[in-house]
Design a protein around this ligand. Structure first.
Ligand SMILES: Nc1ncnc2c1ncn2[C@@H]1O[C@H](COP(=O)(O)OP(=O)(O)OP(=O)(O)O)[C@@H](O)[C@H]1O
Length: 230
């Protein structure tokens, strides 16, 4: 994978909001391969709104966001190959087991050695014993692990995670943080919303801080301090 200065996402004058009303912005941003950008701020500051707008899940109030040189279009082939997203919403097939969900993802993305990749995710996310369970039989933390496993099983150039640490126990949080850091070091670009200062410090190399509708570039230290004081 090419890691040097490959531009994955560019936002220009991006203002995020609903029905023409601003929530936050404007934002000018270039995200390159291997960069891990944390997004922090108080509850309702606009983090999810900004993230969803950046990756094309909702229309900007003004400005634009471009991924891999094209306007964000989550139905395009390139987008689906390149961008892996976990938002804070469960999306499961009720009649497919944990293992079958992962097999489906592996098949859809034509992953080689698919079953070995599925086994590796089951092991990493400690879901092996729950492999035959259906989503409604899982704990909320296990459901979260399954969503993350599905996002990490498939290859991606840009990984977009809204509060990935949510509902994970401390051991799993630390393991996930380390894995995300290694992915960034290997060239994956990350956009990560978090409320956990330790997780932020482990994963991110720069931060956007949302305060009173302004999106302010900040250091990881300042981002972590602002979470700790919130
Ligand atoms: N679908 C929607 N329509 C209108 N307003 C919305 C919608 N979703 C969220 N909002 C509003 O946008 C603002 C920002 O919400 P958002 O979910 O982006 O905040 P957040 O920073 O991610 O919060 P949290 O830390 O609580 O997850 C809030 O005032 C919220 O009420």
């Amino acid at each position: 994978m090419e890691t040097t200065h490959r531009e994955l996402l560019r936002a220009s004058g991006l203002v995020a909001g609903y029905g023409g009303n601003d929530v936050c912005g404007p934002l000018d941003l270039v995200l390159e391969a291997g960069q891990a950008l944390g997004i922090v701020g108080f509850n309702a500051a606009g983090k999810s709104t900004l993230l969803r707008t950046l990756v094309g899940y909702q229309e900007p109030v003004s400005g634009e966001s471009v991924i891999l040189g094209s306007f964000t279009d989550d139905s395009s082939f390139i987008y689906r190959k390149a961008v892996s997203v976990v938002f804070d919403e469960d999306a499961f097939f009720p009649s497919l087991s944990v293992e079958e969900h992962l097999q489906l993802i592996a098949g859809g993305h034509q992953i080689e050695e698919a079953q070995a990749a599925v086994e590796a995710e089951l092991k990493f996310f400690d879901l092996t014993a729950a492999r035959t369970s259906y989503p409604h039989r899982l704990s909320s933390g296990q459901r979260r692990r399954l969503l993350l496993a599905a996002a990490l099983l498939r290859p991606s150039l840009l990984l977009v995670l809204d509060e990935p640490e949510q509902r994970l126990d401390p051991v799993m949080r630390a393991a996930l943080g380390l894995r995300l850091r290694r992915l960034a070091d290997a060239g994956t670009a990350l956009l990560v919303i978090t409320h956990d200062p330790e997780f932020l410090t482990m994963v991110a190399d720069s931060v956007l801080l949302i305060v009173d509708g302004q999106v302010i570039p900040a250091s990881v230290q300042d981002g972590a301090a602002s979470i700790a004081h919130s």
